[in-house]
Design a protein around this ligand. Structure first.
Ligand code: 4AD
Ligand code: MG
Length: 478
């Protein structure tokens, strides 16, 4: 008999038909005569209720059906007597596929803290919360490809191992086959990278952008979607050492086109989530409400689904960095010395500043442009004022920076000068500069931090809870 997924059974299952399902036990409760087993197979947030007549089954078998055990159940689907579900499965055959010792299985049917589940990340997929998060994460990855495919963008696979530092921030993980403790040395006593695998120092990529630009300046519009790595020692709820980034890069796009694309793209993903992930979203919305029950009304967050609808229907406010600094300097927290970090023209905005602009001042997503050139990467197009570059950051409620991007410098001369000023090794990047030597054009792109976006959509509070196996300082167990 062919197994049906529980989602299929709950939505399209025909009563009075013979049905086979397989899954993991979430709970079992029962009386002397009948056991009710809630079975989940990951296809949906909802469990299928299996009804087992005690008289029909071996006592030992029923005894071993505990939370976490895996079962195959065959029976007749029937209209449910209970509330909250349309159908239930009247078991005729139960096969215990794998036991789970109730004294040892960590995921018991009670409320576990997210911290506890992080320590048990290998099993946390089996909870409702993480099931919902990872189904939504999957749907968003799919929607990203769907969106770009529809718009004629090509998915370009840029390298994971590179010799260049795209962001120039020096936050790279070295990739080397040299002996880490006793590497071969040069005459000056430094590690001899000519003896390394690639014959030069290499790193895990911090961004696929530079290679993405090469693609865009021939294919027109491309995007990358892959893992990126940053050895920044930031132990925050917004930073990972390994995160996934979506980086579209477009020939003939200026900064305005870039902003328009970013806004349209984000809204497409949000509307996709609302349309295709509603069961999981409603579950997470409810979870958030339960969690914030004790908080005073004005400190509770907006209902998750309402928040997504709100962002979908809002026009993102666009203003320059300079205008934002003025707003911050006239703000209450600034005047009352409530910001932890000082505000002055030239600073790199901290998440408290970004969140003030989005959550308190404008109360909607914001796109900031034209940042000081000294806090941004070498490749951004310089404005005529000699001080700012055509950068754009998209700031979201609850998150702060979710997208970073820019129009790129297309002039060879200006780019070379800037690279010299910023000590970016131009000789090693001859291949990048060739795009400006031969058929250079106006072009732009941006990077969306996938996990930051998933944080926003799921309403989760910690980036470690939206990636399956988080990599953070001192944490790479599994
Ligand atoms: O602003 P960033 O550093 O921009 C770039 O890497 C550009 N090369 C992108 C481009 O123009 N093609 O990073 C882009 C986004 C950030 O806005 C943030 O959402 C995310 O990547 N991000 C991180 N997410 C999680 N953990 C980290 N350590 C992150 N660093 C950046
Ligand atoms: Mg950035």
């Amino acid at each position: 008999m062919k197994r049906l997924k529980i989602k299929e059974v709950l939505t399209n299952g025909k009563t009075e038909t013979q049905t086979l399902v397989k899954g993991w036990v979430r709970t079992k409760r029962g009386s002397k005569n009948v056991n009710f087993i809630a079975l989940n197979d990951g296809s949906t947030i909802h469990n299928l209720q299996v009804v087992a007549d005690v008289a029909k089954f071996d006592e030992q078998l029923l005894h071993e059906i505990n939370t976490g055990a895996s079962l195959a159940v065959e029976g007749t689907l029937s209209k449910s007597q209970g509330s909250g579900q349309n159908v239930e499965l009247l078991a005729e055959k139960i096969e215990l596929l794998g036991k789970a010792d109730p004294d040892k299985y960590p995921i018991q049917p009670k409320k576990h803290t997210l911290e506890f589940l992080r320590e048990n990340a290998h099993l946390r997929f089996r909870t409702n919360t993480f099931g919902a998060v990872f189904r939504i994460r999957h749907a968003m990855a799919f929607a990203i490809h769907k969106y770009f495919n529809k718009k004629g963008f090509y998915y370009l696979h840029t390298p994971i191992i590179t010799a260049s530092d795209a962001e120039g921030a020096g936050q790279m993980f070295r990739v080397s086959t040299l002996d880490a403790v006793n590497p071969p040395l040069t005459e000056e006593g430094k590690p001899d990278f000519s003896k390394d695998f690639f014959g030069r120092p290499t790193n895990l990529t911090v961004s696929g952008q530079l290679e993405g630009e090469l693609g865009a300046l021939a294919l027109g519009e491309i995007y990358t979607f892959g893992p990126t790595f940053r050895a920044e020692n930031s132990n925050t709820t917004r930073h990972l050492a390994e995160f996934w980034m979506i980086e579209p890069e477009m020939a003939f796009y200026d900064l305005k086109d870039n902003m328009d694309l970013a806004e349209e793209f984000l809204k497409y993903l949000i509307s996709y989530a609302l349309e295709y992930c509603s069961d999981d979203l409603y579950f997470l919305a409810d979870r958030l409400k339960q969690e914030e029950k004790g908080k005073p009304q004005d400190q509770r967050s907006m209902d998750l689904v309402e928040k997504l609808q709100f962002v979908l229907n809002s026009s993102f406010v666009r203003l320059t960095y300079t205008e934002a600094i003025d707003i911050l300097k006239n703000s209450k927290p600034f005047k009352k010395n409530k910001f932890q970090f000082p505000v002055d023209w030239g600073i790199d905005l901290q998440s408290e500043h970004e969140r003030y602009l989005v959550e308190k001042h404008f109360k909607c997503p914001v796109i900031l442009t034209d940042y000081p050139r000294d806090i941004k990467a070498f490749y951004m197009k310089q404005n005529d004022d000699g001080k700012t570059v055509r950068a754009m950051d998209v700031l979201f409620p609850q998150i702060g920076e979710i997208i970073g991007g820019s129009q790129r410098e297309e002039s060879l001369e200006k780019l070379e000068t800037r690279m010299k000023e910023m000590n970016v090794p131009a000789e090693e990047m001859w291949w990048y500069l060739d795009t400006r030597r031969f058929g250079s054009v106006v072009h732009s792109g941006f990077g969306l931090g996938f996990e930051r976006f998933i944080l926003f959509v799921t309403g989760m509070g910690n980036i470690r809870d939206v990636i399956a196996f988080p990599r953070t300082p001192k944490n790479a167990e599994f």
